[in-house]
Design a protein around this ligand. Sequence first.
Ligand SMILES: Cc1ncc(COP(=O)(O)O)c(C=O)c1O
Ligand SMILES: [Zn+2]
Length: 411
Amino acid sequence: MSHDFGPAVALSCRECGARYPLGPSFACQECFGPLEAAYEFGRVTREEIAAGPASIWRYRALLPVPADVATKPNMNPGWTKLVRAGNLGRALGIRSLHVKDDSGNPTHSFKDRVVAIAVEAARTFGFHTLSCSSTGNLAGAVTAAAARAGLDACVFIPANLEEAKIAMARVFGGRLIGIDGTYDEVNRFCSELIGDPLGDKWGFVNVNLRPYYAEGSKTLAYEIAEQLGWRLPEQIVIPIASGSQLTKIDKGFKELIALGLVEDAPYKIFGAQAAGCSPVSAAYKAGHDVVQPVKPDTIAKSLAIGNPADGPYVLDIARRTGGAVEDVTDPEIVAAIKLLASTEGIFAETAGGVTVGVLKKLVESGRLDPEAETVVLNTGDGLKTLDAVAGESSRPTAVIRPSLDAFRAAV
Ligand SMILES: Cc1ncc(COP(=O)(O)O)c(C=O)c1O
Ligand SMILES: [Zn+2]
């Protein structure tokens, strides 16, 4: 059976460069390094992209998908708003600031981008069940995409996730298995399932389909550049869980330069973690190349991966581009959610609180240039993590009788 992966021609090892045919494989047989999609791109023009659909499929010529992908019953994530954040910029003393707001995706997080690509691969390989290990957002994106693609879904999460994320993953149907353990334990369990006959026809989007799945994050890089008028931002702040999104945004920027779609200008990539799960930030600060796993304890549950697969690549990118990796405490995350909401009218989930909190810390400590064009990511919707701002914020500012006198007395 011939597989159509568009411009992707092989899987290549990110460690030793060994190449393999496109298939549902994810680790190098020579060195056990992770595999990723490798391409032979044709000529791609800004005009062709601009004439495409208002979704990630406008970049199909740069993704491991067939050319007719947009015509199939699939999700249409992407082309989310790049919001000019003048008020937040003024509050933080940054001259030119944008928020890339991925809460506007079909299931309200950036995960719809990656899953849309993985579903294509799952169908191509004849998998009947779509699966994943998830910190919450991916679970919802997978069950929604499976519903639309007519595939079964069975997804695995740490049992203690936010109610809204659980409800969202369940409403689309399929099975949602809570595991009494951390995300890292859930992920290890999923790897075991792949080796078992039970999981034989299962596509785990972030395990055996990872080389395809991860490419979806490149679309964030493409969109930001296109929305800035085909320019790269000078600085960008990206949240880190596994670190995949950050490494693929860097890959996307490099591809745009190589294809002549943007000018070759320097950009700095900053990674953001919660202090309660900051193994990459800790390694960055200690000057290490390896990431020491941790046990997470933070309200930013979507970022709570204690043993991030792409951690060493993130360190490399932050250092190579002149960026940094920083972390913020849970109270700082909540304060940042409120700051973004009260300045820009954007309600971020805790992951967005992490990026905005880190942005604030970086500019205050002089590591982020306040004069340079800056983009900060909000990767999910605050309605998914309401508990983070509960308490005082979950009550009206005043409760009064419906009379003018009562209102006058209250204001
Ligand atoms: C809202 C949100 N932002 C960011 C991330 C980070 O993704 P990555 O694992 O690619 O680093 C996640 C991962 O689950 C997430 O749910
Ligand atoms: Zn290798």
